[in-house]
Design a protein around this ligand. Sequence first.
Ligand code: BGC
Length: 364
Amino acid sequence: MRKGILTIAAVGLLASGGLTACSDDSGTGSADSKKTPKIGVILPDSKSSPRWETADRRFLEEAFKAAGVQSDIQNAQNDKAAFQTIADQMITSGVTALMIVNLDSGTGKAVLDKAKSQGVATIDYDRLTLGGSAQYYVSFDNETVGKLQGEGLAKCLTDKGAKNPVVAYLNGSPTDNNATLFKAGYDSVLKPKFDSKEYVKGPDDAVPGWDGPTAATIFEQQLTATKGKIDGVLAANDTLGNAAISILKKNKINGKVPVTGQDASVEGLQNILAGDQCMTVYKAVREEAKAAADLAIALAKGEKKDTGQTVKDPEGGRDVPSVLLTPKAIYKDNVKDVIADGYVTKEQICADAYAKLCAGAGIS
Ligand code: BGC
């Protein structure tokens, strides 16, 4: 990886060396001028979470626009073949940096390796590609995300006065390294409670592709298998949480069984206001997009930024230079913070029947 950066920088210097010497007055003789940044971004899908199209695309566009750089943001719609085709097209079209949210590490790695071999700078955005070759990884502290979910569920179970509650897991996609990190986080809080018999471990299932309808089917099976005895649901994001809530509603026990989430989606925040969801985890995607855009632009110019932090890729054994931002737990009383941060609007959250609930939660 380091070699890749040096190579790009060296080529830039060599190519512009002559120019710099004889055209000092042009103002264009720097090593940077050879590469006009153009950043390609591949988002994973638009169903596993609304964040990709409603937050990431918006904030990435905002960051590229503010920096005055060209960009091409596309969505692979959960299709691995399409993901590779988009990457090939972007490389052919001359992007100087490629930012990906992989659909799994295998296909992500193929894309990163190809980009690298063509001298295109690479960034793992939000999801680390295991065994991959990205020059940077930009995300949140995902184990902390899971820890906040575990603590949130424990708090809501306590608030409901639950005794020896049975806790079911709806984990994220088995092909997403983030899902592994989230689980490590909530296990760090909940496993000691299972071990001490304060809580009872219920069904524990992963949801392929973070798919909502699949999660609803899985949760219905979990309820049947436990004869309806599930007292709390650790759902890894708002999409999975809403799937569980839809089944709880069908069984008329919504609101009685706390459910967690992640992403502070409009639906998730409304479920919290309605009392059907216990909490969500807000990740300030504007900051994530800005950090990734800054790095992509620097890489495109042949610069190497020090992020001051690395993450160990457990498969490749590499220390990947990283930016890890801090997530925040959201309960009914601080839904307003997500609105104040410009992530969602009051109009979206407080529409129709939610207007009254918003007033009750201090959203004015
Ligand atoms: C992201 C979550 C998202 C999930 C499903 C994860 O990798 O970190 O924010 O909810 O994918 O798209």
